[in-house]
Design a protein around this ligand. Structure first.
Ligand SMILES: [Zn+2]
Length: 122
C-alpha cells in the first residue's frame, strides 16, 4: 500500500503527514501495483554496518526501484544471481516475514508467471 493524495492524486513515499506536491493532509492508503523497474543497483559482498543477520544472505543486491505507481524506493532484490540483474529490469514485490506479524517488501525479477499471478500469490 502507498499513500495517495486525495486532492492531486500523487503517490507519496516515504509516508508523510502532507502531500509532497500540493501540501494536502488528505493522504489515504491505497492498494499499490506490486511491480516496478530497476533504476540502479549495487551488490554488497560484505556485511554492511556490522549487521550480522545479512551474513547468511550475501551477496546482497540493493536496488533503487521506480515503482509502477510513480514513487522511487530502495529494496533488496532476491531470487536471482546478482550477475543477472540489470538496469531497466522488471521486478515484482514479495513479502518476507520478520516475525510478530511484520513483513518487509523485497523484489524478485518478473517472470511471465509472476506478471499474471494475483498479488497475494507471489
Ligand atoms: Zn497532493
Amino acid at each position: 500500500m502507498l499513500q495517495r493524495c486525495g486532492q492531486c492524486g500523487t503517490y507519496n513515499f516515504f509516508p508523510k503527514p502532507w502531500c509532497i506536491e500540493c501540501g494536502s493532509r488528505d493522504l489515504p492508503w491505497v492498494d499499490a501495483k506490486p511491480s516496478g523497474t530497476i533504476y540502479s543497483f549495487t551488490v554488497s559482498r560484505v556485511v554492511a554496518m556490522n549487521y550480522p543477520a545479512w551474513e547468511r544472505e550475501l551477496p546482497v543486491v540493493v536496488a533503487l526501484l521506480n515503482l509502477d505507481d510513480g514513487p522511487r524506493m530502495y529494496a533488496q532484490v532476491i531470487g536471482c544471481a546478482p550477475e543477472s540483474i540489470f538496469i531497466g529490469q522488471r521486478v515484482v514485490a514479495c513479502f518476507e516475514p520478520l516475525g510478530s506479524g511484520l513483513v518487509i517488501p523485497k523484489f524478485r525479477p518478473q517472470t511471465d508467471e509472476s506478471s499474471s499471478a494475483p498479488a497475494g500469490q507471489r
